[in-house]
Design a protein around this ligand. Structure first.
Ligand SMILES: [Zn+2]
Length: 261
């Protein structure tokens, strides 16, 4: 059913019927279908950079990940890794909750609240299924879609296809593909990420400060995370304005009774 719909979507008539706005939120890829891609991208990232497995920074990443995961209230197979890449300020969360923080982003996040802001934002992309939605929007070539439909592993895809698929699920940097999310997806992730940080007990005021630090860093070149996350000062301003309301609304937040956890 999903597969045939995906092929139908290639037809302009169907696109017109679905409407562009609705299409941005349509997701024809299940968590299960994205699972092998997510797992492979994670393995590749660790292979490329190596991981930090002890020490204060490692402990902090694990602690923030636990709290943000609880705030996201999704029964994902959550995992968080601190990757050894001092010169790369980057972070991502793959479909199904695989979080990667690069050591190079820690000087920018500066403290635990700042790290919660970055992680909250990245986890929000995963919770909002932005990877699957981007695939649905036709960002993939037919070759890439066919590879996924055929259940091909990432290793079996040819190089260009692999980079594109990984870029769409948010881990393209390691394959040389930097693919920013749409403005709408970014705004959604900014707001939901802020909610996650507030629910987890972190200081939401650190989120706009973080984006301002990012802006300064961007002025001296374009680091990885910045190139896929444009307009840092506009984000900082939007976040600052929404903080009082979000804090008020999240006071009543309680986790769903989830017996799976
Ligand atoms: Zn983002």
């Amino acid at each position: 059913m999903l597969h045939s719909l995906r092929w139908l979507l290639a037809a302009p008539l169907v696109l017109a019927l679905v409407g562009c706005e609705a299409l941005g939120n349509l997701n024809l890829y299940s968590d299960e279908e994205l699972e092998p891609l997510s797992a492979q991208a994670y393995t590749d990232a660790v292979k490329q950079h190596g991981e930090v497995t002890s020490g204060r920074d490692y402990e902090m990443v694990q602690r923030v990940a636990r709290k943000i995961a609880a705030a996201a209230d999704e029964s994902f197979p959550w995992e968080a890794k601190l990757l050894k890449a001092d010169d790369t300020p980057n972070a991502f969360c793959l479909p199904n909750g695989r979080i990667a923080i690069y050591t190079g982003i820690l000087p920018v996040t500066q403290n635990e609240d700042g790290l919660a802001a970055v992680m909250g934002h990245e986890v929000a992309h995963a919770v909002l299924r932005h990877g699957g939605k981007r695939m649905t929007q036709g960002l993939l070539t037919n070759v890439a879609s066919a590879a996924i439909d055929a259940g091909l592993g990432v290793a079996e895809m040819e190089e260009g296809t692999r980079g594109l698929v990984m870029g769409v699920i948010g881990a393209g940097a390691q394959y040389g593909v930097l693919l920013p999310y749409s403005r709408d997806h970014e705004s959604e992730a900014d707001e939901l990420g802020l909610r996650f940080a507030v629910r987890a007990g972190y200081d939401p005021n650190e989120a706009p400060k973080l984006w301002e630090r990012m802006a300064k860093l961007g002025a001296g070149g374009t680091p990885e995370w910045m190139s896929t996350h444009p307009d840092p000062l506009a984000r900082a301003e939007a976040l600052r304005q929404m903080i009082p309301q979000v804090v008020e609304q999240e006071k009543t937040w309680r986790p769903k009774a989830n017996t799976q956890r």
